[in-house]
Write a protein that binds this ligand. Structure first.
Ligand code: ZN
Length: 556
């Protein structure tokens, strides 16, 4: 039998060497029919042709199509590297597809800053980003190092974690950041003088103009477009901007609504407002979210809200349980008073709005899980999917409880490569490093989870996160926590349908099933067939979004 429905304009069948659907009831196929931007049929060419479609596009016949990758925790800020020089330790692709080598020493950083200073008007700010001090064997970066690059410009070095900045003496003087400055997060040397470190947004905002410059770049229409390119280049078809300030700034909502409507904008955005302000303002916040949701469209969704409870492990600002950090000073910092978390979250939970909470440390994971337990005792909601994002140091007891409460975890498993050795040797020691981002245990316990890059903290690339979860390998060839490794099939689902579930978008994206958006990642090789250590080397051709192909611009 063939369908009696008349064809629609634009109906097309794509054929491929292999299609991986992320739908366990039909895991593979070789053809997919698209109608009105949605999946009409998945199967063989003959299956698809029964819909009467005569347009067959064979350009992907030698390629592998997969359910489009879903990145449930990234930031539009990813696009900033088009305008702000990148100075991280690992080389990486910029949003336009170009490649920048890593900065391997403090001296190299000073040289790069000095060369920028040479072409910058004195007094004009020099802002760079992605700096990763934990890899440098040298003394910790301070204002004195930056003063070697220039004393004529304010220099603001934004760190890879996004939680820290180091500034030069010009900035310290400009904003009167002196000995005894009372703001929490201002770093001092052993003589009590400021050392140029500013931890967490409140302290970084002391460098008002320079910090604002990052904010301005982050919300420009141009940056949002660069974000879409970076995601498409990585094969990602749905990406969250996890933590924006829409409820406070109507303009930034309009910017994203407008940018995402453009035809060439090639990614679906899950735009996620960040909870700030005090508990009394939360009801108003809920109304703002509900109102903003009425303006969304196919490529722009506001599925959940985000809260941030602590800092980063490598910055020693995540709040960790006893016995605390392995080496170094304990700067664990609650960004909200833990005893108020329930009051902050109650209005969202009661309104049926899912919550993603940034918890890097074990203490903060516990605080969030306990808060959800209180809220669920007050107000039943079986399908909340509240998600612990990062959940890097979540304990087994916390995972069992989170599972029982119907929660999810979004693991920052890229850390095993980017900082796994540092966590083992410096931040938290071998026991907890081996149990970080515990995908294996989560599977054994039955806790639902996905993966993220937190781009720009690490590069958005779900093939890399899959590779990290499968291998847990470090740059020196060690394996940190072999018992937490998972297989490629599990990792593929964590990079697709599981992320969609956490965003309450699994009815729309995350797998190739009839009626969902025809969003696909186009790969040159099959990640299931290559050697496990080569998963991250699989080449991305580009994506298909709503049935429309778009080729990557990444340099290989
Ligand atoms: Zn983040």
């Amino acid at each position: 039998m063939t369908s009696t429905q008349p064809p629609h304009a634009g109906d097309v069948i794509y054929t491929a060497r292999l299609i991986r659907t992320a739908n366990p009831s039909q895991p593979t196929a070789t053809a997919i029919a698209v109608r009105d931007g949605k999946v009409l049929s998945v199967g063989t060419l003959e299956d698809c042709q029964q819909w009467g479609i005569t347009t067959i596009d064979r350009q992907f016949e030698d390629k592998v199509l997969t359910a489009g990758f879903v990145e449930a925790h990234s930031h539009i800020m990813t696009g900033m590297y088009s305008n702000i020089p990148y100075v991280g330790w690992f080389g990486r692709h910029m949003p336009d597809g170009s490649w920048v080598d890593g900065v391997k020493s403090t001296d190299e950083l000073v040289q790069r800053l000095a060369s920028i200073a040479a072409t910058t008007e004195p007094g004009q700010p020099i802002v760079v980003s992605g700096f990763d001090p934990i890899y440098l064997d040298t003394e910790r970066l301070s204002c004195h190092h930056l003063d070697e690059a220039t004393t004529q410009h304010p220099v603001f070095v934004f760190h890879a974690s996004g939680h820290l900045a180091t500034v030069n003496s010009f900035i310290l003087q400009k904003y009167s950041i002196e000995a005894g400055h009372p703001a929490p997060g201002v770093g001092f040397d052993k003589n009590g003088q400021p050392n140029g470190e500013l931890r967490e947004p409140a302290a970084m905002a002391l460098a008002r103009d320079e910090f604002r410059l990052i904010g301005q770049v982050v919300f420009s229409l141009e940056t949002i477009g660069h974000f879409a390119n970076a995601m498409r280049n990585a094969g990602i078809t749905t990406a969250a901007d996890l933590g924006n300030n829409f409820h406070a700034k109507d303009e930034s909502l309009e910017e994203v609504l407008n940018a995402t409507r453009i035809d060439s904008f090639h990614v679906r955005v899950a735009s996620v407002p960040r909870i700030i302000g005090g508990p009394p303002a939360m009801h108003e916040f809920v109304e703002k979210v509900q109102e903003a949701r009425t303006k969304t469209h196919d490529k722009m969704h506001i599925p959940v809200v985000k809260m941030v409870l602590d800092g980063s492990i490598q910055g020693f600002t995540a709040v960790v349980n006893w016995p605390g950090y392995f080496t170094g000073e304990d700067h664990g910092l609650f960004l909200l008073p833990p005893e108020q978390v329930v009051d902050y979250l109650r209005p969202f939970h009661q309104a049926g709005i899912g919550i993603h909470c940034h918890c890097n440390g074990s203490t903060t994971s516990g605080v969030f899980i306990d808060a959800i337990e209180v809220l669920l005792r007050e107000h039943a909601w079986l399908d909340h999917r509240h998600t612990i994002t990062h959940a890097q140091l979540i304990t087994q007891a916390q995972m069992r409880k989170a599972k029982n409460l119907g929660m999810s975890a979004n693991f920052f498993v890229n850390h095993m490569w980017f900082w796994g050795e540092q966590h083992r040797d410096i931040t938290i020691g071998p026991d907890r490093a081996a149990a970080m981002n515990p995908c294996g245990t989560a599977d054994r316990i039955g806790l639902q989870y996905a993966f993220h890059s937190d781009s720009p903290v690490t590069p958005a690339n779900q093939l890399h996160t899959m590779w990290a979860a499968v291998n847990r390998a470090t740059p020196h060839g060690d394996v940190v926590g072999p018992a937490e490794r998972i297989d490629v099939n599990r990792a593929f689902h964590a990079a697709t349908i599981d992320g969609a579930y956490q965003l309450h978008m699994d009815h729309l994206v995350g797998s190739l099933e009839v009626g969902k958006y025809a969003d696909m990642t186009v790969l040159e090789q099959d990640p299931y067939e290559v050697d496990a250590m080569a998963i991250r080397d699989v080449q991305v051709w580009g994506t298909i979004l709503g049935g429309v192909p778009s080729k990557s611009t990444a340099q290989r």
